[in-house]
Design a protein around this ligand. Structure first.
Ligand SMILES: NC(=O)C1=CN([C@@H]2O[C@H](COP(=O)(O)OP(=O)(O)OC[C@H]3O[C@@H](n4cnc5c(N)ncnc54)[C@H](O)[C@@H]3O)[C@@H](O)[C@H]2O)[C@H](O)CC1
Ligand SMILES: [K+]
Length: 463
């Protein structure tokens, strides 16, 4: 397990049980958690006065450990508790604090504030008075820390069960939980750190990490580096963006199959005209094609439908986006060949797969299993899911990405990385990360074309 692993509340409990079966007591885990969090708080806030809010469970127990360890370092610490401690470990931590405890309702603000009210597994929202007091104390503090999770978030879905304030740092304990990456919970803190407490767990679901990319082999040629085709349609600009993105993705060659010729844009892109579906079929019969994109600018009329049918039966690895997803949704997602990559946003996802139960991660995994395709479920939190149960979650993307054409750019980039790697899940992960980093570098008020110009530098940074 890495500290990028994402565990549900049940999986975290299992990980805790495994550690306890190996001889580590629950209280020892609490001491580790409190020590790791105290170290982070010490580095961030040093000796500034600190208020620790402790809840009745083990999250509150972590709070008592933090309070004790920082007091020992000379930090002026006050503790405010929400009633009695109800678990054995939290009672032990409370006794070891051995200092004054104020009622939460009476607590006055401090420069630093620690929220150790509720953590993993919370099933109901905080009482309004408690949530309001937490919000007031957080707003008044210059430094605020949420221990494990901001109190009031639902661990597995990222939903808010009650009012949750905005924290400075969230200190995840042992592993990330879905709520650290899924909105709205993921928007309740500025920085996320994960503290190692020595627990082990499977790492099928992870936060998306920066990829390790390779330079072309010495003997590489344009076909060995990956040949991409983009099948355009009624709106040439969108498929041109996808083509241009693929061209700067590291792939060897890009062909644009449009309704008109020439297409404009970089001359390195081979512009082909294919008006009729049988022409598209013929152009896609090249066995060297390592990725075919359809959707951006395809259109939704009968001609688009016929062009999509040519794509779906071409036998080459596919990336389906935008209009292709809409046309598929009207008919049947099962027409998607296994091994494809689908890049739906919220609306397209629901049209394709219906209103599936569970968190965004659960939904993406179900859709991947059902369709046999890798799913890139886009949004501020972007979930990449594979049919074999792996998933990666990207979060914190630039909100400037909410501009026309960035999805077309992503589709082209995904296809380019698919052509380079031949591995749909890896390609999807690489592309989402590169796209996000290009947006970070592009800064403010960029347009989709600007993102593409960042790709060479972004790729260079990962070689
Ligand atoms: N998993 C680990 O390896 C470790 C986790 N640690 C910390 O423990 C918490 C989870 O602790 P738990 O006791 O299960 O939950 P809470 O602290 O959130 O408290 C539950 C407690 O509160 C009651 N309750 C629930 N909701 C409400 C509400 N809205 N209002 C009032 N009371 C409520 C509920 O009935 C329970 O009594 C995890 O996050 C870590 O911080 C340890 O550090 C050990 C290692
Ligand atoms: K908390």
């Amino acid at each position: 397990m890495t500290l990028a692993s994402v565990l549900t509340a049940a999986q975290m409990r299992d990980a805790e049980q495994v550690a306890m079966a190996a001889g580590v007591t629950e209280y020892a885990l609490m001491e580790r958690a409190g020590a790791a969090a105290a170290e982070i708080i010490w580095r961030a806030g040093a000796k500034r006065d600190l208020l620790v809010l402790c809840g009745p469970g083990n999250n509150g127990g972590d709070g008592f450990v933090i309070a004790r360890l920082l007091r020992a370092r000379g930090v002026p610490v006050r503790v405010a508790a929400l009633g009695e401690s109800r678990t054995e470990s939290s009672r032990t931590a409370r006794a070891a604090w051995n200092g004054p405890i104020e009622p939460l309702a009476d607590a006055a603000p401090a420069t630093q504030m620690v929220d150790a009210l509720f953590g993993t597994g919370l099933s109901r929202g905080l009482d309004t008075a408690v949530a309001d007091q937490l919000a007031m104390l957080t707003a008044q503090a210059s430094f605020s820390y949420a221990i494990d999770l901001p109190s009031g978030v639902e661990t597995d879905s990222g939903a808010l069960l009650s009012r949750v304030p905005a924290f400075g740092i969230c200190i995840a304990l042992g592993a990330l939980k879905p709520a650290h990456l899924l909105y709205p919970a993921a928007g309740c803190f500025e920085r996320l750190l994960c503290a190692d407490i020595g627990t082990e767990a499977p790492d099928r679901i992870c936060r998306l990490e920066p990829p390790a990319l390779a330079i072309p082999a010495a003997a590489a040629h344009k076909y060995s580096r990956g040949l991409v085709a983009i099948v355009g349609g009624a709106m040439a600009g969108a498929s041109r963006l996808a083509s241009h993105a693929a061209a700067r993705s590291g792939a060897g060659m890009v062909r644009h199959i449009g309704l008109e010729s020439p297409i404009g844009g970089p001359d390195a892109i081979v512009a082909l005209q294919g008006d009729e579906a049988d022409e598209v079929t013929a152009l896609l019969s090249d066995q060297r094609l390592a990725a075919v994109v359809a959707g951006p600018g395809l259109g939704r009329d009968d001609r688009a439908r016929a062009r999509l049918a040519s794509v779906l039966t071409c036998g080459r690895p596919l990336v389906l986006d935008a209009d292709a997803l809409t046309l598929l949704g009207e008919e049947n997602a099962s027409a998607v060949p296994a091994g494809s990559i689908l890049t739906p946003h919220e609306g397209e996802f629901v049209r394709l797969f219906g209103d599936l139960p569970g968190s965004k991660i659960d939904k993406a995994l179900k859709a991947a299993r059902r369709s046999g395709a890798v799913i890139i479920y886009k949004g501020a939190d972007c979930v990449i899911a594979a049919p074999d149960g792996r998933a990666a979650v990207a979060t914190g993307a630039s909100s400037w990405l909410s501009t026309a054409g960035t999805g077309d750019v992503l589709a082209g980039l995904v296809a380019g990385r698919l052509a380079v790697t031949g591995d749909p899940f890896r390609a999807a992960c690489e592309a989402v990360w590169l796209h996000g980093d290009a947006a970070r570098r592009a800064g403010a008020a960029f347009i989709a074309d600007d993102l593409i110009m960042q790709f060479p530098a972004v790729i260079a940074s990962r070689l």
